[in-house]
Design a protein around this ligand. Structure first.
Ligand SMILES: N[C@@H](CCC(=O)N[C@@H](CS)C(=O)NCC(=O)O)C(=O)O
Length: 235
């Protein structure tokens, strides 16, 4: 049985790591039998990031390469009936959410802004004694802020960052239109990504203009509910 390593539920989210949630969603949509296990330490992962899988003793990191591996083994049922153009739209959406929206809507409000640091530290670093916890957390958060500067997003103002993220979310909303799922009446691979990132950004515990937009949008909220039911039923 394939083992999927994730952080595990936190902050009222099914999974706080959007890439792990994307993979959980993909494996459910593609009906791939697997077991989900908790791994809170990304240093143990083959690419030093969560998620990763262990498939019969072979560890694979990075959600995109993991999905490529799963497709080579189980086929690509989620692409059935879709045109090359639809798949290209899915690909573009994937890259937008993973490479930009993620920074504006998740990394920046959770790690760079300081208002939620204590809560995150208590949740993720709860095993570290209290007197050391904030010290260690701050040094990790400093590293993340440095990555945000390396990415470029960290150099923008608060207003500019949320403006970028909001334009991405509005693009998702426009492309969804009145459809049930992003590319039509059935969920496709891109729905795993869209669901995972929207789910993470709508978290009440991290209020942002993006979080507010998603929760106020009837279409996006209904989409999230529909995806959640499809993936988890009444779980
Ligand atoms: N490209 C990777 C990104 C994974 C990723 O960024 N994971 C984050 C959590 S959302 C992580 O493990 N961060 C911990 C770290 O960098 O130490 C994928 O698609 O799996």
């Amino acid at each position: 049985m394939i083992e999927l390593y994730k952080f595990g539920p936190a902050f009222g989210l099914r999974e706080p790591g959007p890439f792990a949630l994307k993979l959980m969603a993909y494996m459910r949509l593609a009906n791939i039998p697997h077991q989900e296990l908790i791994q809170g330490d990304p240093r143990k992962a083959p690419k030093k990031k969560i998620p990763y899988i262990n498939d019969n003793g072979v560890e694979i990191g990075d959600s995109t390469f993991i999905i490529d591996h799963l497709k080579s083994k189980f086929g690509d049922p989620l692409a059935e009936g879709l045109t090359a153009e639809s798949l290209a739209i899915g690909h573009a959406l994937n890259v937008m959410l993973e490479e930009r929206t993620y920074w504006a809507g998740m990394i920046y409000p959770r790690w760079v802004k300081t208002e939620h640091h204590k809560m995150i530290a208590d949740k993720f670093f709860g095993e570290i004694p209290k007197f050391l916890r904030m010290f260690i957390f701050k040094s990790v958060a400093k590293g993340v802020a440095k990555s945000a500067n390396g990415h470029g997003i960290g150099h923008h103002t608060d207003e500019e960052i949320f403006q970028l993220g909001l334009s991405d979310i509005k693009t998702v909303e426009t492309l969804l239109g009145k459809k049930q799922f992003m590319l039509g009446p059935k969920p496709a691979e891109v729905d795993a990504t869209v669901y995972a990132f929207l789910h993470g950004m709508q978290a009440k515990v991290f209020p942002t203009p993006i979080q507010n937009y998603i929760t106020q949008s009837k279409a996006l909220s209904a989409y999230l509910d529909r995806m959640d039911k499809t993936l988890f039923g009444d779980e």
